[in-house]
Design a protein around this ligand. Structure first.
Ligand code: MN3
Length: 219
């Protein structure tokens, strides 16, 4: 009976997946000014993110990848080509990135704040740790706040377009906050000053979404 229930759930999950879609941006290109400029947003979303999506779709065409959720693909990404790894990663990472930013920042929800304080001591020490991960990631990559398989919050970073859902990641977990530290994410406005870009990121973090992702990841 249990077997039947489990396999039904899996089958249902696959039926519900309607294929990979390029997401709509939930705000205008200039909405995150002055912290992220409109030109950077436009190029980043409509060119960079779009290219990851298009290249992934081209690579996935006529294979089971076209009908497999990204989270599932990442579980065995080491078996895929570099093209699939880089572009599926770039597609997913930017989907998350746009979602965890907002022009209308609210208070951090109590549940998330408490979990952060429990793990990192204080919100400020968490921010410090996350910012350090972002600033010290050599070359291109991402900084992450993840929920590991024990339900614990952790800060980590990945190179290139890898992410913590991938079997190749040093620290694995479900990402609930991510910051793109590729130069294309900040160079027009900040040039070589990645640290200023990272510090300004806190002004646009969508804590509500991060909390929603946290609650979902814990389940
Ligand atoms: Mn990017």
């Amino acid at each position: 009976m249990l077997m039947f229930t489990l396999s039904s759930t899996v089958a249902q999950g696959q039926q519900n997946f309607k294929g990979h879609e390029f997401p709509k941006l939930g705000y205008d290109y200039n909405a995150l000014e002055p912290y992220i400029d409109a030109q950077t947003m436009e190029i980043h979303y409509s060119k960079h993110h779009r290219a990851y999506y298009d290249n992934f779709m081209k690579a996935a065409k006529d294979s089971k990848l076209a009908q497999t959720p990204l989270e599932k693909i990442f579980e065995t990404i080491s078996k895929e080509s570099a093209t699939v790894r880089n572009n599926a990663g770039g597609f997913y990472n930017h989907n998350l990135f746009w979602e965890v930013m907002t022009p209308k920042q609210g208070e951090i929800p109590a549940a998330l704040r408490q979990a952060i304080e429990k793990e990192f001591g204080s919100l400020d020490s968490f921010k410090q740790k996350f910012a350090d991960a972002a600033k010290t990631r050599f070359g291109s990559g991402w900084a992450w706040l993840i929920v590991d398989n024990q339900g614990k919050l952790k800060v980590t970073s990945t190179p290139n377009q890898d992410n913590p859902l991938m079997d190749v990641a040093e620290e694995k977990g479900i990402p609930i906050l991510g910051l793109d530290v590729w130069e294309h994410a900040y160079y027009l406005k900040y040039q070589n000053k990645r640290a200023d870009y990272v510090d300004n990121f806190w002004n646009v973090v969508n804590w509500q979404t991060v909390n929603d992702r946290y609650q979902k990841a814990k389940r």
